[in-house]
Structure formats: structure tokens, C-alpha cells
Design a protein around this ligand. Sequence first.
Ligand SMILES: [Zn+2]
Length: 974
Amino acid sequence: MEFLKQIERKWQKKWKEARIFEISPNPNKPKYFVTVAYPYPNSPQHIGHGRTYTMADAHARYMRMQGYNVLLPMAFHYTGTPVFAMSERLAANDEELIDTFVRIYKVPERLLKNFHDPLNMARYFHEEIKAGMKEMGYSIDWRREFTTIDPQYNRFIEWQFETLRQKGYISQGSHPVGWCPNEGNPVGQHDTQDDVEPEIGEFTLIKFQYGEWILPAATLRPETIFGVTNMWLNPTVEYVKARVDNEQWIVSKESVEKLGYLNRKVEVVETLMGSQLVGKHVKNPVTNQEILILPAEFVDPKNATGVVMSVPGHAPYDYVALKNLSQEKAQLKGFGLTPEIIANIKPISMITVSGYGDFPAGDVVKKMGIVSQLDPKLEDATKEVYRHEFHTGKMKANTGKYAGLVVPEAKDKVKDDLIEENKAQNMYELLNKPVFCRCGTECVVKIFEDQWFIDYGNAEWKKLAHEWLDKMRIFPEELRAEFNYVIDWLHEKACARKSGLGTRLPWDPEWIIESLSDSVIYMAYYTITHSLKEHSIRPDQLTDAVFNHILLGVGNTNELAEETGLEPSILEKMREEFSYFYPLDSRHSGRDLVSNHLTFMIFNHLAIFPEELWPRQIVVNGSVLMEGQKMSKSYGNIIPLREAIERFGADPLRLTVLATAELLQDADFSPTLAKSMRERLERLYRFAVETIKLKAGETVEPPVLTTIDRWMLSQLQNHIRRATEAMDNLAVRKAIHGTLYELEQDFQWYQRRISKEREGVERKAAISKVFGEVLDAQVRMLTPATPHICEEIWEKMGKASFISLAEWPTRDEKKVDTQAEETENLIKNVLEDTFNILRATKMVPKKICYYSAAPWKWKVYLTALEKSTSAKITLNDLMKELMKNSDLKKMAEKLAKFARQIVEEINRMPEDKKQRQLQIGAVDENQTLEEAETFFGKEFNAKVNAYNENDPKRHDPKRKSELARPYRPAIYIE
Ligand SMILES: [Zn+2]
């Protein structure tokens, strides 16, 4: 362990001294620009963060080895509530948080007071995170580091917003937003506990008449108003009679405050229990039908108005609740109702949908075996019915003027008409509640008035985003649909708030641009940060015209130089550097940023830059579990990254997060796994040292390679091809597995095959050549994952430069040897067959004989193979063909017997195997087996002889040799 740590420190120091990751434009090399979402410095990074950054680093390192001039920069996101709210909670002496900081994050207690200033906290964790990234060996160009509160960056963001505004993408108006009532701020995903995006849905409140009062039933499916049979209220919760604007409503007590946030004037008149209304009648405003109010436990007073209309034909909840209620004789009696009354309430069928009867709700409930209205499966049932009706449903004749419409169309029309006739209103509500703000308060929806929004609802903009997404590479590909969904779903987003760190809106400076809006095009800023520092460029020199020039190519260098006092050469250099590195080639992040940041990034690039500068690729990875569990403060299973590096080493840690899961799967971390990875790397190192010693004794040049040597080198080419394909597709786990485990298995086989042969000088030279080639390729292919130990081995191999800058191995077609591969399969088969016989007979062998097939059998075999490539062969056809040969004709009986044996085998053989065997032709099995006599002898501890079945001198007392078939030598044991 100490040894690994020393290696890591040594190479981190050498990389830094040689400045190999400080990347500048190089006109002779193609560029590749990789970025990862910058971190919020509000806590130390843990292993979960480590995965995303390690993935990006591995990709950057791979592309570098593929010959690209790869830039991987890093910055720190001080903006907004993530940092600010954390600091406020500390200032408010939040004990849980203090405990987390001291016990898990190991922050010295005396510093906590300083953290009441968010800036101090951000600076502390900034350094902490940066140190961890260095200790992980990330190939970052640290010259380009910045924070989002640097005054120069503020100017960049001001330019971004001015540009968006001039192009019409900023709007001012009233829109629903997720809202923290405590702080009076809009909340997005990065402002909530557990990073939940508040999802806002639009309910329709349909106004059922109850005398002079209105019961506003909340529904997401207004078109089902024609199927309403009754009303549901929760008898055990409090409702209020209230004046809402100019009307008199009865709604749940919980909804009063929410209606206020939605800008309705609400004045409570009196409170009553739901039970007081049960048994009364209300009038359906569309059908004018009088319906009963019935009791239901599933009605959540916190959901919209707490008033629900019942559509048992099409809503599974309603169907089950009615069924349940008809059994509750005693309860019904209390309301003056009877089971018969309930039984008389019949579902109304008002939508036809293929694959279901008249009442889809009942169908699905029966299929899923749901009997209780509190069964969580009802959610799935509801979704299933809704999905089918939405996609294939049509309105029936009993829906009046909507008859024949498809459901999505009817939904909008009914809603619009009802609102128009004042029979309904809308109500925004969180669909995924409860969502809690970082300050601990439950979030609500607020109509945010006269505020600033980025207009992601703009239809033209959405269309463009879809079109560009089609052209982008998305890894994993299955996320493309999710991006399309998010693009459709996005609407106006509040882009500023009144508290926190960040950049002020240039035209309305009481507002600070929030953190998901000032982080969408900053990749461009990386291309110039080091120049800004190097030339001490002041923020006031970075006018909008300067950014227009550098980033959009607008304006005249000399004029700008004169206006700003900047050297023309510096302006030109920044313009050139931006033009060299942009567009962004690969953007990496965790999955949680798909629904916001990553999609915003696409939108904003499209708005601001010309098409040739739009981002090319997005890579999204899953998270990390800790021994099968979600990592969370409450489980106490968070290991900060630096602590993990200290315990397990950087390379083992990198390997663990990369090699245990494909991109989108969750990786499962455990200390045991990390330790086994460390041992695996230590074994690799010992093998390397041994190989290097071996190579030092090499004398014969060029060495003569035997079949097994050629086999190993051929397999190596296959592994190189597979690892390259995997890395090209960001399947890093697959690449590591191939390189570390599958290649290793082959290599162990090779060592097993040659171990007795090391004595001769010639063999020694050949073997050391094979060892050397395997090691060389293996170490290169592992470098993206475990760069430190690979550098150390590389140095031991006597290489002058860094392996980080070496080339990725390429498959050498000349070394691909199909024949060697097939004959080696033969050896493996013979070995396995012999072991099987020994196991079955419990013999202890003294002597083993192998008989390879006679040449005529090969002729039959290959003829059959050839005929079978176009279609299945029959024995008759094959015989007809073979009998044309006069030599074969003479031995018709033997021939028929043998042909019968192989027809079936060949018909079953996969096409590619047939092609390979045909390409190789007849194999000299006798020579192959003879070469392996020593190997077999050692494996079985017996004397082993190989013969051809035609060999008159063969030892064959049981006439076993007759059984020999191509690729299946006969075996005799005594
Ligand atoms: Zn809050």
C-alpha cells in the first residue's frame, strides 16, 4: 500500500513538473475538448463524485493516447443556494449538519464559525476538492481554473445574458415556479434536499355546485367529466368554506395557503369536517347530473384542493374505492347510506380504447389483483390506463360535441371550454411532492410575477434543440429519449433570485443569476481563463464587444484594442485559442443533470453560438452505491474521496468505480472490492517486473515463434480490437475487463503451455518477446484507468517519455493468426476430453496416445464444410459429391460411416466458424500435438505420444485411431 502511494505521489509530481497536461493549441494535432460539470464547493467530494470525474479523465486520457491534443479543465461553482444555504444552516446551528461536517467531512470544529460566511466555506472546500482531484491523478490543466464569482467570470455571464436578451430568449412575466415559502426564492433541483427537481403539473379544477358553494374537483383528466358518477371527500380531514376571489369554495384546509401562492385571494369563512358533507349531493356543471358525495381514504388533502371527482370506468382508484365502500355497511349507515345505494352507482364508459373492454379501470385492477384503495399498485394501474387511453383512446358518443376526438385533443378542448365558460379554473401543483428546500421547508408552486425567465418554452428554440440533439452523440444512447422528453417538457425557467453568490442581472442588478443559468456555456470561458490571468486583464476591459469578438468573431481587433487598452495580439490569441478548442467535444456528468443542466447547455449553445460551435457529445454515468445501498448522510455510509484515496489508493479506487458497472448502471463500491483491485494491480506490477527481467536475458534476434507464441500474439490483437471498440463507445468497464481479466486468462494459458520450455535459449527469446508484447499493450490499455502504476511500469520498461503521452496500441493484422487460434482450440479440446475420460474412468494414466485424422478424412470434412456454407447439407448430396473422387470411391463403406458422423456436426456449426476453418484448410494436427507432447505429459503426469491414424508404427492396441476426426483427435489411455 505504501508502495502504491509512493508511486502515485511520484508520478503526480512528475506530471506537474513536466506540465504535460497544460494544453495549448497545436496546429499539427487534432484537438479534443472534454469537460465535466464543475462542483459546488459546499462539501468534500465523495466516491460517487469520483466516478463522474474519473470517467471523464479516463476518456480524456484515452483520446490523448489516440493522438488528440486533449484539454480537460476544471472550475468551481460558487453560485446560488447550494453554497449559500449550507452556510446559513451552519449559522443557524443546524446540529445534524454540524455533525456531518465534523464527523464525516472531518472539518476542524474551530473552522465552522468561519463558514457562516459562505465565501469562506466555498474557499475551504474548493481547496479540499482540488487536492482530491490531484490525488486521483486527473489530467487537468489547472492553469485554467476559475470560480463563478471571479469578476471576469461575472462579466462573461453578463455578456451571456445580454446576448440571450437581445435574441429574445429572456422574458419577464408571471409563471409558476417551485418556491420556498421560508426564503421567498424560486427553487430548482440544486436548491432542494436530495437534488429533486420540483415537477409542476397543471390540474383542472372543475366547479361542482353545492347550493351556493362550489366544490372545485381537481383533475389531470378534465375530459373524463362525462364519466363522473360521484364525488370523493376524505371524511377524516378538515375542509374550509372560503371566499376565493369572487366565489365561494369548499376546499381542504391544506390548500388554502397554496391557493394564496397561486395569487388567489382566499378568505376562510368556516371550517368543517369532510364527513359533514358526505351523503350530500352536488351538480356536475357539464352534464347537470346530481351526484352523491362519498367518503374515501385515498383522498389526500395536501393534493390540490382535496376534492376529487370519481370516474370508476376509467380511473382505477375510483373503481376500487367504490368496491371497498360497498362492503362498509357500518360506515355507510353513519352517513345515512346503504350498500345498495353504492352498488347502484355504475361506472360510465366514455372512452373506447383498443385492448380493453368498456371499463379499462376495472380490467386493469382485476389483472393486477388490486383489492384495496390504499394499494400502491394503484399508481401503476392509473398510469397504465392513462397511457393507453392517451395514445389510442377515442371519446364515445355520450361525450357530446367531443365524440370521436382522440383523448389528447379532447383533454385540451374540454379544459379550454370549461375555463372559457367559467366552469373550471387551473391550479398548478407539485406532482412529485413532498419536495423540501435545502433550508428544510416544504416547497410549493408559486406564480412568480414580473420576474426574469429564460424562455425554454419557445417553440422554435425547442425545435432547434430536437434537431441538434439528433446529430449529437449521446452515451448511453438510451438516454436520447429522455433528452427529447426534457426538451419538450421545459418551459420558462426563473433565472434569477435575490440571495446567494453569483452574477447580477446586468439590466436589473437587484437580481442574482441562479446556478443552473450561469453554468450553461462556461466551457467556452475555459479557453481564455489562463490568458486573462497571465495578462492581468481587468473585468472592465472585458466589454460585451470583447466577448463578441473572441467568442463570435464580431468586430475589429485594432478598434477593440484601442477601446479597451488590450494588446491586439492578446485579443487575437484569445480568439484563436477559443476557435481551436471550440466546439466542446465531450460533456460528462451524472444522470441527475439530464433534466436540467445538460439540456440547458444544449439550448444556450444553440441560442448564442453558430452551428459549428455547438456541443458534439454528452456522456452520462450512473451513481455509486456503497455495499448495495444508496450513499447518504443518514446511512452514514459516505466516504469522502480523499479519505478513500488514503485508505485504498487512487488507482485501485479509479479501477473500482470504472470496472464495476457500465455507464448508466450504478457502480457498487465496497472496501473489499477496492482491496481486491489493489491486489490485482500489485500482481500486475510483479508480473511486469518479472517480464522485464526476462527480457533483459533475450539473445536470439529475431526469435522463432511456435504456434503457441503466435496464438498468444493473435489473441492479443483481438483484445486490442475489442478494448479499442469499447473505449470508443465509452464502455470503459468492458475495456478494463477485456484487458485485465480476459487477456490475463489467455496469458495464463500461454504460461501454462510454455512453462517447461523456458530452458532453451531460442525458446527463451521467443517467450520473452511474447511477454514483452503482451505487457506493452496491456499497460498502455490500462493507462486511462490506472495511470500511476502504468507510468511506473513504463519507466521500468526503460521508456523515456510518459505513458500518459504514449500511443494507444493498434491491432496488427499481420499478427492475427487464425490457424494458430484454431489449433490452440484443438489443444484445449484434447486436454479437456482427456481430463473428462480420466475423471469418468478414475484411471491413473501411465501412457496416453493421441491419433490425428487421416488425410482422406480432412478431404471429406472440408468438402462437407464447403457445401454447407450455402445451405444445410444432406448425407446423400455429400456422398454423391465424394463418390466422384476415385480414391474415396474405393473405400465407400468407411466413407459413408464417417460422412454420417460429421454431417450433423457441420450443419450445427456457426457460419463464422465454418468460414474460419475453410480459410485455414487442412491442419497438420500431428505436428501440433507433437509440439504439445511435453505440455500434455506435464498436465497428466504420463508419457504422451501423438500419431497419425495412418502411421503404421503407431501404438494402438484398441484400434482407437479409427475414431479420429478433424479437430477431434482420438484418445487412447493405459
Ligand atoms: Zn428554503
